[in-house]
Write a protein that binds this ligand. Structure first.
Ligand code: LLP
Length: 413
């Protein structure tokens, strides 16, 4: 079970709140997040880096709800953003722009200007033309922009191909073999402070081997750059630590992972940056839904629920596994069924051929480990209003995003 989620007398709780109370009070589908779980994970990274110069930039794309961001602001976190929209959210949540890094392969001029105007910490740049644009915009503003090149270390993350980013064939970063030349050429840009190197090889890594391999390659690159007079001060390893989605899976230990990195760069005068997303929020959230119908087609059983691929696209897009458990254990036994949503697509499933509780219409179920890349990737497909989001603190819960209304669906049309 996810930390801070447990059955108490056959009812599923998040911290001190029975999830059925939230399902009834806020309606379904609804995302529920545990504040304690998010903070525990953030602190696991932060405490492992105590006394070491570092900046943890939570990857906003994993879960950008203002309630979640505010928690992390209070804990002292920095933020990794990939759009002007994410910067807007961080600033709304009271985040310190001086702790924001801007990543992404296609930043527009408007987004770069917004970031410069806001005084962000720096950019992770992915190409020479982008360096030129940042330089030009910084020069117009009369400021210096801190920049790291996002390097592609050519390491296979051995994760799902859609979330693997560290190979030469991917659109991300610049080839590590070209990086030195690029840093040297970039010295001619008068408004760039080329102080860092960065990488991100992929997401949902349950084995830290590839991350450490990438880290080693980046440390060697830092040494080579320093040797030719490029004064690199920081190394940003990106995100990537995976979480347990299936029984038997185990997420890597955050303290062990961080300790390995610390050891490798101890005494080298490097500021360590990381951009964890999923490992902070993934196990902190569930998606609650209600069973609408049971149905049998030929040999197959279906449980039709009120959450669909527009609410959680991960099963359809990455064939990803999310455990689905009842909010009440009533000893009725199990069935093998497809758990599907109401969307008119055969790809609209949350689980296939899964042994699940023998639920009845009206029962509530929790789709587990849905705190990362869940609500943020939701859409209005089939004109379905997006779900509500709830944050639990101890014995209290509050709606941190209201369910969309029908009017919301047509706003702007
Ligand atoms: N930094 C950069 C530059 C990234 O591109 C990402 C994720 C992260 C940090 C955070 O990685 P994490 O710690 O969460 O692994 N929608 C997919 C995941 C896409 C990840 C994209 N980049 C999913 O649902 O699995």
């Amino acid at each position: 079970m996810q930390p801070h989620f447990e059955y108490i007398q056959d009812a599923l709780y998040c911290e001190g709140v029975a999830l059925a109370d939230i399902a009834r009070g806020a309606g379904t589908p609804v995302y529920v997040y545990s504040a304690a779980s998010i903070l525990d994970r953030y602190h696991a990274y932060d405490e492992a880096l105590v006394d070491f110069p570092h900046l943890i930039c939570y990857a906003v794309k994993a879960n950008s709800n203002l309630g979640v961001l505010r928690l992390l602001v209070t804990a002292g976190s920095g933020f990794d953003i990939v759009s002007g929209g994410e910067l807007f959210r961080v600033l709304k949540a009271g985040g310190d722009p001086g702790k924001v890094v801007f990543s992404g392969v296609g930043k527009t001029a408007d987004e770069i200007e917004y970031a410069l105007e806001s005084g962000i910490h720096g950019f992770n740049s992915e190409s020479e033309p982008e360096l030129a644009l940042i330089d030009a915009l910084a020069s117009r503003r009369g400021v210096q922009a801190r920049v790291s090149l996002r390097v592609n270390p050519d390491v296979d993350a051995t994760t799902h191909p859609y979330i693997s980013t560290g190979l030469r064939e991917h659109k991300f970063g610049v080839d590590i073999r070209e990086a030195e030349g690029m840093y040297v050429r970039a010295r001619s840009f008068g408004n760039l402070l080329l102080e860092g190197v960065s990488c991100h090889i992929g997401s949902q890594l349950l084995n830290t081997g590839p991350l450490m391999q990438a880290f080693d390659k980046m440390v060697s690159l830092v040494e080579r750059l320093r040797a030719i007079g490029v004064p690199i001060k920081s190394l940003d390893l990106g995100g990537g630590i995976g979480v347990a989605y299936q029984p038997g899976e185990k997420m890597p230990s955050i303290p062990d992972f961080v300790a390995q990195m610390r050891e490798k760069i101890f005494g080298r005068g490097l500021h360590l940056m990381i951009e964890p997303g999923r490992s902070i929020v993934g196990e902190a959230g569930v998606l609650l839904s209600r069973v609408l119908y049971r149905k049998v087609n030929g040999e197959k059983q279906f449980v039709i629920v009120d959450a669909g691929m527009n609410d959680l696209i991960r099963p359809a897009l990455y064939q990803s596994h999310h455990e689905i458990i009842p909010l009440r254990l009533d000893g009725r036994g199990t069935i093998t069924a497809d758990i599907v949503g109401p969307v008119c697509e055969s790809g609209d499933f949350l689980a296939r051929d899964r042994e699940v509780a023998d639920v009845l219409p009206g029962d509530f179920m929790a789709v587990c480990t849905a705190g990362a890349y869940g609500f943020v990737a939701a859409s209005n497909y089939n004109s379905r209003p997006r779900a509500a989001e709830v944050l639990v603190h101890g014995d209290e819960w509050r709606i941190v995003r209201e369910r969309e209304s029908l009017e919301d669906l047509v706003r702007g049309e």
